[in-house]
Ligand binder design. Sequence first.
Ligand code: G6P
Length: 510
Amino acid sequence: MTVAGPTFDLVVAANRLPVDVVVDAHGEGTWQRSPGGLVSAMEGAMADRGAAWVGWAGEPGLAPAPFYQGNLFMHPVSLTSVEVEEYYEGFSNDTLWPIYHDVIVQATFHRHWWNTYRTVNHRFAHAIAEVAAPGATVWVHDYQLQLVPAMVRAIRPDLRIGWFNHIPFPPVELFAQLPWRRALVEGLLGADFLGFQRTADAGNFLRSCRRLLGMSTRGDTVAFTPAGGEPASRTVRVSAIPISVDFRGLTALASTSKVLSRAADIRASLGDPEILMLGVDRLDYTKGIRHRLKAYGELLQDKSLAPPSVTLMQVAMPSRERVDAYRVLRDEVERTVGQINGEFEVLGSTPIHYLRHFYPREEMVAMFVAADIMLVTPLRDGMNLVAKEYVSCRNDLGGALVLSEFTGAWHELHQAFICNPHDIEGVKQTIMQAINTPEDERRRRMKAMRKRVADHDVQRWASNYLEALASAPSKPHRLTRASTRELRGVERANRANLRASDTASERIGT
Ligand code: G6P
């Protein structure tokens, strides 16, 4: 096998690269690291060995050339505009996403979307194989890349492969709907270790292995004999390893004078309400934004709350806007905000400040510091990092967290004010309870939650994950002639795909 370019002992693969293009006044684009927790998590793990990140740069068309961002090697994967439609918006976000989130909206099944999902997963596998040093560790992330573990193993059996699911894994009754369920499970079982957010998610996966594929599982392991290729069966470990946030980084940022004075400015610009409530979500139907608005509207209606003493700031980050269900949600949310503001606004005080924007990390932290009540009410959420970020930013032990029991975070943040978002009466009562609980008690709850997040931060998560992967039972294999042939085949297929791609698309930055 000829490998051009540098190779690395650790390769991370996720649908997106952790960088955004920032265009300056002269129209020049530069890459900036996006503020996600995953990159900060990996920093510790990457410090003592070279690491590469394989992912999509976020625009259709040819991929930019690989580049270094600090000490991290970025290896972009290209997606044509048809692939963005069929692999990303289609199969990932209109088939898998609804099935994996309790079918809150109906899932769409198209065979050609599945074919494109497979093609793109192949491309990722190939890109990983290109940058992985012999015997390297490969860490694949999330539902967009579920076929990648087996594809990488077919090309490079010498690698140690892990996968982590950031979203829930569905109960077998829902997963069974997918016509491609067998291929998805077999794709994942190419890994040595599969990590999930909750024990229930790991259990759902193990049940799917047993019930749909007739495999035998023992404790947290699956015995897997692939149909062809590898001679012996392998044991794959499956367990819960919940993700977290950069507690220390957030705590430090939240205590800077810049953030504290910005937090005071935010409150002042909202007319210094007695109670500032905050919601921060991607504009996604899983987040329970409509339910939250309904509960808030009813609290205004029955005069439990009244502006100007209360206001709600709802940050709604634009997301997947070309997928129908997201368009419908946006319309509904915006209509409801308009109705509530129209009905309850008094001059000079707005019940809901609706902000459909992205904000830099520092501004988000200032919002967290400013908010008295944080509303996190998803109908289903793998973890919900906003809940953990809010807690990390409350060094002052102020504030209160209202948290849905359908989030992964609920399993760790028991001292939050817990609600079932489907129970509007219950959400109203929980909000009022959070408001009326004496300060001492609120501080006690916040302190306990902060301890939990401090002790289980994202750096610890990453090192636990990599340890679990390193100690997973199966043994690495040597590269065989058959796998070299497979690699060449994948290379040819990828070249053909790229040629067929819409060459009109522009190259972004290099
Ligand atoms: C969830 C998924 C991520 C995804 C993110 C943003 O958190 O688990 O994989 O990157 O949503 O969604 P987007 O479609 O914009 O990447």
